[in-house]
Design a protein. Structure first.
Length: 65
């Protein structure tokens, strides 16, 4: 069975992580009045995990990661 990358949850989480990074880089959170330092620290750690999962994921293997 062939699996499409765009139906993979891991791919969408990785795309979301990249969009959040772009939001951080453009100052979106600062404009919303949120503490940029805390968001950067926590967000960077979580986003790096999401990106790692996206890079390591093999969407052609349904049984494994």
């Amino acid at each position: 069975m062939k699996q499409n990358r765009f139906t993979s949850k891991i791919v969408w989480v990785s795309i979301l992580a990249q969009l959040i990074v772009v939001g951080q880089l453009t100052g979106l959170f600062a404009r919303l009045g949120l503490d940029a330092g805390l968001i950067n620290d926590v967000g960077a750690a979580v986003l790096q995990l999401f990106v790692l999962f996206g890079v390591l994921n093999d969407p052609t293997n349904k049984q494994g990661f």
